[in-house]
Design a protein around this ligand. Structure first.
Ligand code: NAD
Ligand code: DAO
Ligand code: ZN
Length: 371
């Protein structure tokens, strides 16, 4: 079938909006009509050409919501008409990782997904007769996509697509990192580095679980009012610190010894170190969420770990793709999670390159494409 898509033909070049061809679902696959998609920094990173897993041409996008239109042979967990979110962390419920109950990082289709292919090693998209790669197993910058059944999370039918799509990455990554990743307890102190699309969701997750102090750290003071609305109790702007004061000492002072939990939501290895070192001696946990550029490394003095701080990280907030994604949609529908305030821009697919430019200028939190 013909579908409308934004195609990443080459790294570093604007997306091309055109008609591409999509093959129907094969065994174990699902055809989804994508109704809305968010645009995330990871799409921008891959388009830039810096992502070692980035393959071209490809149809990017991994934050979508839509309706199942057709299922391949053997598919039992969803049917045409179901409302769904395609998830870039699948959940097969059979692989050693899924069965371990210790991680959300299902390995069932990891190898092919990382190469932009469907589990059988082929692609469903083509453009001008040539195959076009899939992206993160989702490819939501197209109004129809085909994904494996194990990467389809069924959600309640009354959730609006233009909000539910953001659950497919940003909301779940932030809120999930608090609940399922770091497992923040009530009454904790928390420091969040970076108050963008991920950090704000960490803040609202921390507030939801009853953190008593939430320090937000950002060099952009324009981010503070929304962060306060989401639950930030203290704002720290590293760029405005007086001469001789540093972020780590300041957080230790503000929290009375260091934060119980810190989250790095930027992708900057220097700040990852600061986040670890501002965690409380003896028990503080520092959670890395930000994706650093390829080849970057983190460092600290081992003494920081000997004295009880723990360094960890999450992908997709530690959420299990099919089991936990619908729970986050429920949290939104029950009014426990705010998504409305984070959707700052809505565009048709034709204007998708403008959204990438806005992201580069640090404008807005999330742009959603309405198909
Ligand atoms: P964003 O650009 O919306 O937010 C980043 C924030 O960091 C901005 O407010 C910016 O002002 C602030 N910032 C930048 N440099 C800073 C500095 N030196 N000190 C203090 N603040 C600074 O980005 P986002 O959408 O929130 O994404 C954040 C990171 O999370 C990215 O690296 C993204 O790739 C990553 N991410 C990770 C996962 C995961 O599963 N681990 C999922 C999605 C996104
Ligand atoms: O299973 O080894 C693995 C990797 C799974 C993918 C992890 C994705 C990490 C988050 C990247 C940013 C998401 C938008
Ligand atoms: Zn699995």
């Amino acid at each position: 079938m013909d579908v409308r898509a934004a195609i990443a033909l080459e790294p570093g070049k604007p997306l091309v909006v055109d008609t591409v061809q999509l093959e129907g679902p094969r065994d174990g696959e699902v055809l989804i009509e994508i109704m809305a998609t968010g645009i995330c920094h990871t799409d921008k990173y891959t388009l830039s050409g810096q992502d070692p897993e980035g393959v071209f041409p490809a149809i990017l996008g991994h934050e979508g919501a839509g309706i199942v239109r057709k299922v391949g042979k053997g598919v039992t967990s969803v049917k045409p008409g179901d409302h769904v979110i395609p998830v870039y962390i699948p959940e097969c419920r059979q692989c050693p990782a899924c069965l371990s109950q210790k991680t959300n990082l299902c390995t069932a289709i990891r190898a092919t997904q990382g190469r932009g292919l469907m589990p059988d090693g082929t692609t469903r998209f083509s453009y001008k007769g040539k195959p076009v790669h899939n992206y993160m197993g989702c490819s939501t910058f197209a109004n129809f996509t085909v994904v494996p059944e194990i990467a389809v999370a069924k959600i309640r039918p009354d959730a609006p697509f233009d909000r539910a799509c953001y659950v497919g990455c940003g909301v779940t990554t932030g809120v999930g990192s608090v609940i399922w990743g770091a497992k923040v307890e009530p009454n904790s102190t928390v420091a969040v580095f970076g108050l963008g699309g991920i950090g704000l969701n960490v803040i609202q997750g921390a507030k939801m679980v009853g953190a008593r102090q939430i320090v937000g750290v950002d060099i952009n003071p324009a981010r503070a009012p929304l962060a306060e609305k989401f639950g930030m109790t203290d704002f720290l702007n590293p760029a405005a610190l007086p001469e001789g004061e540093d972020v780590v000492s300041k957080i230790i002072e503000m929290t009375g010894g260091g934060a119980d939990y810190t989250f790095e939501c930027i992708g900057n290895v220097t700040l990852m170190r600061q986040a670890l070192e501002s965690a409380h001696r003896g028990w503080g946990v520092a959670c890395v969420i930000g994706v650093a550029a390829a080849g970057q490394e983190i460092s600290t003095r081992p003494f920081q770990l000997i004295t009880g701080r723990k360094w960890m990280g999450t992908a997709y907030g530690g959420a299990r793709g099919r089991t936990d994604t619908p729970k986050v949609v429920d949290m939104y529908m029950e009014g426990r999670v705010d998504i409305d305030d984070l959707i700052t821009n809505r565009i048709p697919l034709e204007k998708i390159n403008e959204a990438f430019e806005m992201m580069g200028r640090g404008e807005g939190i999330r742009t959603v494409v309405d198909y």
